[in-house]
Design a protein around this ligand. Sequence first.
Ligand SMILES: [Zn+2]
Length: 268
Amino acid sequence: MNQTSRIKWSDKIIWLVFSLALGWPVHGSAWGLEAHRIVGLLADQHLLPEVRKRIKQNFNITSLANVANWADRVKDKRSQGPWHYANVLKGEMTYVQARDCADGKCVVEKVREFSEALSKSTSSHQDQLEALKYLVHFVGDLHQPLHLGNRKDRGGNKIQVKLRGRKTNLHALWDSGFVNIDDDNLLQYARRLARRVLPTDHLEWVRSDIVDWANESRKHALISAYDKEIMSTGVLTKAYIQRAREVIELRLSQAGVRLAHLLNSRLN
Ligand SMILES: [Zn+2]
């Protein structure tokens, strides 16, 4: 996928506001970089101690953030681009495998497949290691709303929009156009997100399944990303940007909590 995104918030909002006001190019690493690392850092904090120890001992991984972008690095070489998203038929509210991912080569089915491979006793050590690295990445991708975008517009890639006079597309914006986070601040940022997760949210989030995660992304895509006004004018508003930030922070938090829960149940 070249469908990515991440958010930056509190202190960096100031940076964003200034950037927008001055018309600076607002860029940053894709969801494939910073956001995936944030999901890994968040999940680190929710791993059971024995699972964390197993991941270190069996796979020599000290932080999930360190392997969070491996899947993006190998995707071209392995022709795995479609594994990172699931495009849905325009007008449909939910993901349906038979219609949207009949060949199983999309992010929803890959999360399912690698979850099983991770805990299967017949999987080789190498297969388990790869399954773990794919999961760290794909659980993040699955939570990015435009990874469950419309097939017709390629998840927003074909929708042109303007940000302070600069032409871009909707997908690129949700990838990396809203906020920038310095690498040095990623851990701090992840900890701040983690502190905001209420126990009741945590409980509710881990009760859901993989298709629920996909359908949540689909809902956020339809309600927030494919905003009617933005679609008709192509011009982003402050309200749109603010809402996008809130959605992305929520999705990063949910992805981190759910990734940890999945690994806790598969590796314990
Ligand atoms: Zn990806």
